[in-house]
Design a protein around this ligand. Structure first.
Ligand code: LHQ
Length: 259
């Protein structure tokens, strides 16, 4: 498949997938969702790719759902999650090779969820993680209700989910949400060094380690993703969601009424 929204590079057993819509902060339009799901399946299949890196072009990692993508306007949110986002998250988890998120800037909404679903996170100093969903009257989706409490603890996860406040790279490292924070200029070299090392490691053993840890801590993921989709379907029908998106478009603060 030829990609319009991704750049794929292979070097020393490392497959790098770069989300490439920098003008929209790499937000997920329909093409990016389809292409990322495809690229993850291809990376899983290809035995020469023994470690995978996901990063973003430009100043952001990924700003989540593209709120300006009209192709998505008529699709129900539950449907969109089940058809497009949840398979991406499952592919990251089911791939029996390490997946590293090189978080080069803001990771918001489903972009944050994608980073959280990866096996390892290396962040640049200016990176941040934003559970942006609540800012537009939605619930955390694409696995965020599942991964964030496991990574940050329930109290912090709830706080981040209901405030929508940014979690900065330094605090994310302190909480264990990211593995390492590095200066922006070193992000890709540090990531490639780690990914290259993992690509030379016993891939089967690493894959089986991932499978065992998935089972130890992440069983129930599929049900959780499906439940999120159901809750998002409800949230998506609220007046507050419509107001939140409208306010984002108009670059103003939303006025939520609780309805
Ligand atoms: C964007 C976006 C964006 C389009 C920045 N879309 N253009 C949702 C619904 C459906 C189904 C299932 O699931 C989901 C999951 C979700 O992901 S919901 C959450 C969706 N994402 C957001 O609500 C985040 C929206 N973005 C932001 O809050 C900010 O842009 C962040 C905090 C990410 C970055 O802020 P800044 O660094 O101040 O950048 P900016 O806001 O100025 O953005 C730069 C440009 O990128 C701007 O365009 P413009 O033409 O004015 O230069 C933004 O409109 C555009 N952009 N995010 N998600």
């Amino acid at each position: 498949m030829a990609y319009q929204t991704l750049v794929i590079e292979d070097a020393n057993g490392v497959r790098t997938i770069t989300l490439n819509r920098p003008d929209a902060l790499n937000a997920f339009n329909e093409a990016l969702k389809i292409e990322l799901a495809d690229a993850l399946a291809a990376a899983a299949r290809d035995a020469t790719a023994r470690a995978v890196v996901i990063t973003g072009a430009g100043r952001a990692f990924c700003a989540g759902q593209d709120l300006k993508d009209r192709a998505d306007a008529d699709v129900s949110l539950g449907e969109s999650l089940r058809a497009r986002y949840n398979p991406i998250i499952m592919r990251v988890r089911e791939m029996e090779k390490p997946v590293i998120a090189a978080v080069n800037g803001v990771a918001a909404g489903a972009g944050c969820s994608l980073a959280l679903a990866c096996d390892l996170r290396i962040a640049s100093e200016g990176a941040s993680f934003i559970q942006a969903f609540v800012r537009i009257g939605l619930i955390p989706d694409s696995g965020a209700t599942f991964f964030l409490p496991r990574l940050a603890g329930l109290g912090k996860a709830f706080e981040l989910a209901v405030t929508g406040d940014a979690l900065r790279a330094g605090e994310a490292e302190r909480l264990g949400v990211v593995n390492r924070v590095v200066p922006a200029a070193e992000l890709m070299s540090v990531t490639m060094e780690l990914a290259g090392r993992l690509a030379q490691a016993p891939t089967r053993a690493i894959g089986l380690t991932k499978r065992a840890m998935n089972r130890a801590l992440l069983s129930g993921l599929e049900e959780a993703l499906d439940y999120e989709a159901s809750m998002q379907e409800l949230a998506g029908r609220t007046h507050d969601h419509a107001e939140g998106v409208q306010a984002f478009m108009e670059k103003r603060a939303p006025h939520f009424t609780g309805a």
